[in-house]
Write a protein that binds this ligand. Structure first.
Ligand code: MRU
Length: 371
């Protein structure tokens, strides 16, 4: 296992830049390779291919993307539009883009020259990057306190889905930051890592992060979760979120909703961990959340990290290993929506909301930040 030395996202100044340099997550865990995005089309492609992914990091990347367009003297409004639309579900992406764009526009209106306005956009992206690291620390503390309250005794067995750690954040992430805090407090007995079909963010990325942290963890195929609950092996489920509607509905990686149903059936806490920037008061309910639909090839082929050196066999039209007859149709939503009634608690950097209701979320969003 390679020890991660490469930053998840870094801004490169001249002579290497201006550029946003990303750890290419499609190549993990086999290789730590950087992908240099020197313009907005390259960054949009990196976002769509999931070289950079996960809600908070998408926001950070989007904010740097606006700074990149400004530094290059490109059409900033057009670039912001393309970036904000690169993926539809994680609200953090548009949030980061608009924040950096607003800083740029304010500088222009204040009389800044192009390089001054570009510097303002970059400063905003850097501020968001730092804030995300701070939010991550606070979520970890609030989440650990919640676990101590829900499960005061003995070692805790946590189940997680997708990837929510350092790879999605300026800090240690969202749900995984809580897992890490539990591990460091000596409370984590085992982390159950859903492989997370079809793109295997659990098996490839969360297992990679868990190994680096020295956690006891096991990867399971998504469809093994039911028997794990039935065997009484799960004490709590911890997941992140891509968008939380005003009514508390949670969009997260497809496969989260079935876990919420299983957790309710087995009376196991189902906890969502996300920064306040993931709550979208403009999306009224779960039905209004736009769920990204992705290529059929992601389901009909197995992903093949390029670092593996090829498939050793036939490559499908999506670049992976074909596992279904050619031309098979597929259903491939990237996310699903869990109704608020199935969520035990939402952990944010501002504290815990439980039960998750429209009023509770409204109060959280209007509250100023405190320990
Ligand atoms: O398609 P991805 O890999 O970007 O999906 C990511 C997730 O669903 C994460 O669980 C979510 O962004 C929360 S991460 C803090």
């Amino acid at each position: 296992m390679i020890d991660q030395q490469v930053p998840v996202a870094r801004w490169a100044r001249p002579p290497e830049g201006p550029a946003l340099v990303l750890l290419d997550q499609t190549r993990l865990p086999l290789e730590e390779a950087e992908q240099v995005c020197s313009d907005v089309p390259a960054l949009v492609a990196a976002i769509r291919s999931l070289a950079v992914r996960g809600a908070p990091l998408l926001g950070i990347a989007g904010a740097y993307g606006v700074a990149l367009a400004a530094a290059r003297g490109d059409d900033v409004a057009g670039a912001a539009e393309r970036l904000a639309r690169a993926r539809p579900t994680a609200v953090n992406l548009a949030y980061g883009v608009r924040r950096s764009e607003r800083a740029y526009n304010a500088a222009v209106e204040g009389g800044a020259d192009p390089s001054g306005a570009a510097a303002a956009a970059l400063a905003e992206a850097e501020a968001l990057h730092r804030e995300d690291a701070e939010a991550s620390e606070r979520m970890a503390a609030h989440g650990l306190a919640l676990l101590e309250q829900l499960l005061p005794d003995g070692g805790i067995r946590l189940l997680t889905h997708c990837n929510t750690g350092r790879l999605v954040s300026g800090g240690h992430g969202t749900a995984f930051a809580v897992v890490r805090a539990a591990h460091r407090a000596g409370r984590l007995r085992r982390l159950w890592v859903d492989e997370t079909r079809p793109l295997l963010q659990g098996a490839r990325l969360t297992a990679y992060e868990a190994a680096r942290e020295g956690m006891a963890y096991s990867v399971l195929s998504d469809n093994a979760a039911g028997s794990l609950f039935a065997a009484g092996e799960v004490d709590a489920v911890l997941i992140g979120a891509d968008r939380i509607a005003a009514d508390g509905s949670v969009a997260n990686k497809v496969g989260s909703y079935p876990l919420a149903v299983l957790a309710r059936h087995h009376q196991v806490p189902f906890v969502v961990v996300a920064p306040v920037t993931t709550v979208d008061p403009d999306t009224p309910d779960g039905a209004a959340i736009v769920v990204e639909q992705r290529s059929a090839h992601e389901v009909t082929e197995l992903p093949c990290p390029s670092a593996a050196g090829g498939t050793g066999g036939a490559e499908g039209p999506g670049g992976g290993v074909p596992i279904a007859p050619p031309g098979s149709a597929a259903y491939n939503p990237a996310f699903d929506v869990t109704p608020p009634g199935l969520v035990t608690a939402l952990v944010t950097e501002r504290g815990v909301v439980s039960p998750v209701t429209e009023n509770g979320l409204g109060e959280l969003c209007s509250m100023s930040l405190s320990g």
